[in-house]
Design a protein around this ligand. Structure first.
Ligand SMILES: Nc1ncnc2c1ncn2[C@@H]1O[C@H](COP(=O)(O)OP(=O)(O)O)[C@@H](O)[C@H]1O
Ligand SMILES: [Mg+2]
Length: 516
């Protein structure tokens, strides 16, 4: 074993949790395994304690608390699940005994091991070490568990000590797009565009809050009653939002937009039917020939994904600067500077807004500026950039149609207090933006590009636009799947000249003619 056991050994009765704060808070500190850099350890034991249903004796807040039946060396038998699903009561009992065993093993683990020592090992080694010790404890205590049950118990304990507890199994699944935790007892996930409730539960809101704190501490932020809203990021890049009581009424609310390991590409979007081949080709050419592109859509409609896809066609020689609230984009190019905004600190100072970042970008000799999400006065600076030689800049924005996207931009600028006449702002928009791509999540959960629309100029006071592709609904099949097709309007793209300049006019012609 890499570090010493305490004198008492595994089977010795543990002192009350309050008398060993170091051990109790250690698992929290060692959250570094998952989240290096975690600073302030959360409240002792609250999150580190094993999952114990309320009322089994390990009262909330006391963590590994007294009162848990402790097996002190005497062999005890844990029943395997009944083969017949007949008795729900038996299942509950079974679950209870599982939790009892878990609590007991967990407590012994805390006694046996100085968990702070784990901090120096790498994640894999920590897990191995902990698993070995747990196995030993189970042996010493004489619990009879089936191998699969023993493995899941050990995995559970490791998740509580090293990771994000009950969230771990969900985080490990790559098919989940979002995890939504509404208080300790309701955890929803989004799979294939549909939201479903999971059986995952937290012991109580204290444990959930503790896990939220671990997550945000890891990126140097904090969340508590005095600053109950916080954005953060997991190590793997997943984006996290926490809103805690008193603002959220039924316990902390945690939302995780999971980072997909497997990156979507335009080709895959075509395979999924999110775009037609021709539509994807036009988008690829628009990106490569440095059009200024705005991606519009609702929450979770696939804007960021689309933006990521389009950035693949940026030439590797270009200097690209990305500005985001929580870094999600993953550019493949070698010459990329990634910037992230910062919320204000407790004293209300130190905020660095998106506008600050975009303005600063302009002094960094960018060739393209990519803004993760345009939602405020930075719209003005982005348009300026697009109009002053930073062609090929891109951003996403929240709107339901391409036309609405332009008026949203206008509103953002108006709200920013620039005091410009509406006509001047529209002029700016029409000369800056080349293409608006509209993303939508349809009612069957599928995501589609519903419009590829060009901004072509001004007619009087009105911005004129032309659709290159529109998605047309034709109905739905017997399973409720939306049917439709991407129709090319056959119009000659306005960015033709740009495409020609970059030697892609033939490809563009081919793409347009293919379906016209
Ligand atoms: N065309 C698509 N087909 C299937 N899933 C998609 C598609 N586009 C995006 N997704 C998935 O939908 C989720 C939300 O996408 P995201 O781009 O983050 O949305 P937004 O930025 O609009 O909020 C992600 O998990 C992503 O992998
Ligand atoms: Mg997004």
């Amino acid at each position: 074993m890499a570090f010493g056991k305490r004198a008492t050994g595994a089977a010795a009765p543990a002192p009350a949790s309050s008398s060993r704060p170091a051990a109790a808070s250690a698992p929290a500190a060692s959250a570094g395994a998952k989240l290096p850099g975690a600073t302030a350890p959360p409240k002792p034991a609250a999150g580190a304690a094993p999952l114990v249903p309320k009322g089994t004796g390990t009262g909330a807040g006391t963590g590994t608390g007294a009162g848990t039946p402790r097996a002190s060396g005497a062999p005890s038998v844990v029943k395997e699940p009944e083969p017949t699903a007949a008795a729900a009561a038996a299942a509950t009992k079974d679950e209870e005994s599982y939790y009892q065993v878990k609590t007991s093993v967990f407590d012994s683990l805390l006694d046996a091991v100085d968990l702070t020592q784990l901090g120096r090992m790498d994640a894999e080694a920590k897990r191995d070490e902990l698993s070995d010790i747990c196995r030993e404890i189970i042996n010493v205590k004489g619990y009879m568990l089936s191998p699969s049950r023993e493995e899941s118990l050990i995995a559970d304990i490791c998740n509580d000590v090293l990771g994000l507890g009950p969230l771990e199994p969900l985080l490990a699944r790559d098919d989940i797009a979002d995890i939504m935790v509404n208080g300790a007892n309701k955890v929803y996930i989004e799979v294939n565009g549909k939201i479903e409730l999971t059986p995952v539960r937290f012991r109580d809101n204290a444990q959930l809050m503790n896990i939220c704190q671990r997550i945000v501490n890891a990126v140097g932020r904090r969340v508590d009653e005095s600053s109950p809203i916080c954005d953060a990021r997991l190590l793997d890049g997943s984006r996290v939002n926490v809103i805690a009581p008193p603002l959220s009424l039924d316990g902390p609310s945690l939302t995780i937009r999971k980072f997909k390991k497997e990156k979507l590409t335009l080709e895959k979007l075509v395979d999924f039917g999110s775009a037609s081949k021709a539509c994807a080709a036009v988008l690829r050419i628009a990106s490569a020939s440095r059009c200024n592109i705005l991606i519009s859509g609702g929450t979770g409609s696939g804007k960021t994904t689309l933006l990521n896809c389009l950035t693949r066609y940026i030439d590797t020689g270009e200097r690209v600067i990305t500005c985001e609230d929580a870094a999600e984009l993953q550019l493949q190019q070698p010459h990329v500077v990634r910037l992230e905004t910062r919320p204000k600190n407790l004293e209300g100072a130190g905020e660095v807004s998106m506008r600050d970042l975009v303005k600063n970008c302009l002094r960094m000799r960018p060739e393209r500026i990519i803004v993760g999400e345009v939602r405020g006065p930075e719209a003005f600076d982005l348009l300026q950039a697009m109009n002053t030689g930073h062609d090929g800049s891109m951003g996403t924005l929240h709107a339901n149609t391409p036309r609405e996207a332009t008026s949203r931009l206008e509103n953002m600028i108006a709200m920013g207090g620039f005091n410009l006449p509406a006509k001047a702002v529209r002029d700016q928009i029409s000369s800056a933006i080349d293409v608006v791509v509209q993303a939508s999540r349809l009612r069957d959960g599928s995501r589609k590009i519903t419009h590829v629309t060009e901004v072509v100029g001004m007619e009087g006071d009105v911005i004129t636009m032309q659709d290159l592709f529109v998605y047309e609904y034709t109905g739905e099949d017997e399973r409720g799947k939306v049917l439709g097709r991407h129709r090319a309007t056959g119009l000659r793209p306005h960015f033709w000249d740009k495409a020609r300049y970059y030697g892609m006019d033939r490809e563009l012609m081919a793409a347009i003619e293919e379906t016209a």
